[in-house]
Design a protein around this ligand. Structure first.
Ligand code: GLV
Length: 311
């Protein structure tokens, strides 16, 4: 059985092989850059495969995304549409995302950006702390595995949390809003907007002026969904006008974020390098090995991309 990997580049392949030795000792693991007969590939673990390559694997059984999202894979115009794509959603992914959102929410609650900026200037400033978690109404857009995990953890810490998703959701203890009709009501009661939506045509550019202007003035934003959710200039304008107080941005239209992007130096923005929820290689190898075994046994696989829903 052969698995080809396109994640982490050629230098990562030895580390991948080592992980797979533990979970699938008989699996033949090859790197994307290796010269192999394309007809011998059974499985592909990929993040952003170069266009057309997956289509050359004539005996491919399953595409496994190296992340929770599949947008990087769908970008391939020659993608073999008959194949299933498994999204990488592990317990670890959920924990990492929940902890990332919690960390960011606490940083925003206590204005840690201001503290860190002050440190860089050796400036000792004691300012009034305006809020604690209980004062910060968090609104989570996207109630998939990651959104729910974040909502549960933040609720436990004392943040009042609501959720918004496309379809109605009935999660115990989580007041939630659905669809365009309830979007305004959701936004009006949100001091900290968290975007954990999948990247679909319907969610593209959703973090725009029309959306941000419905938040209470001085609200904050965390985007750990995709760069395409955000109209970058609209977010900058909202920060400049004071409509938004601060933003933690983990994802960008272009990654790595170009050195000349104005986002880097904006005083209201904390940049993180798309690190919110990327499970380590061990977790991803474990999960991939389980998927391959289950697929070989003909079992239904979890978190398969659904073209109807778009995620
Ligand atoms: C990361 O963004 C992922 O899709 O897992």
């Amino acid at each position: 059985m052969r698995l080809i990997i396109n994640s982490g580049g050629p230098s990562a392949i030895d580390a991948w092989r080592e992980q797979f030795r533990a979970f699938a000792p008989d699996l033949d693991v090859v790197g994307w850059h290796e010269d192999i007969d394309p007809a011998t590939v059974d499985y592909a673990l990929v993040w952003a495969p170069d266009a057309g390559r997956l289509a050359t694997f004539t005996h491919l059984k399953l595409i496994i995304s190296a992340g929770a999202g599949v947008d990087h894979i769908l970008a391939d115009p020659h993608l073999p549409r008959h194949l299933s794509i498994a999204r990488m959603v592990t317990a670890r992914t959920r924990t990492e995302m929940a902890e990332f959102v919690l960390t960011s929410a606490l940083m925003l609650t206590r204005d840690i950006k201001r503290v860190v900026d002050n440190q860089a200037r050796r400036h000792w400033e004691l300012f009034d702390s305006l809020r604690v978690a209980a004062d910060m109404r968090v609104g989570i857009m996207g109630l998939g595995h990651l959104g729910v995990a974040a909502a549960q953890l933040l609720t436990r810490v004392g943040f009042p949390v609501t959720g918004w998703s496309r379809g109605a959701s009935t999660l115990e203890g989580l007041p939630s809003y659905a669809g365009q009709e309830q979007f305004g009501e959701f936004l009006a009661g949100t001091d900290l907007l968290v975007c954990l939506l999948p990247a679909t045509d319907a969610t593209k550019g959703i973090l725009n002026t029309a959306t941000l202007s419905q938040l209470p003035r001085g609200a904050s934003l965390i985007n750990a969904g995709r760069g395409s959710h955000m109209v970058t200039q609209d977010v900058i304008d909202a920060l400049d006008s004071g409509q938004l107080h601060q933003a933690v941005l983990d994802v960008f239209e272009q990654e790595p974020l170009p050195e000349d992007s104005p986002l880097w130096t904006h005083p209201g923005i904390i940049i993180t390098p798309h690190c919110a929820a990327i499970p380590n290689r061990k977790e991803r190898a474990r999960h991939t090995a389980l998927l391959i075994e289950a697929n070989e046994r003909g079992e239904a696989l979890p978190n398969i991309y659904d073209p109807q829903r778009g995620y």
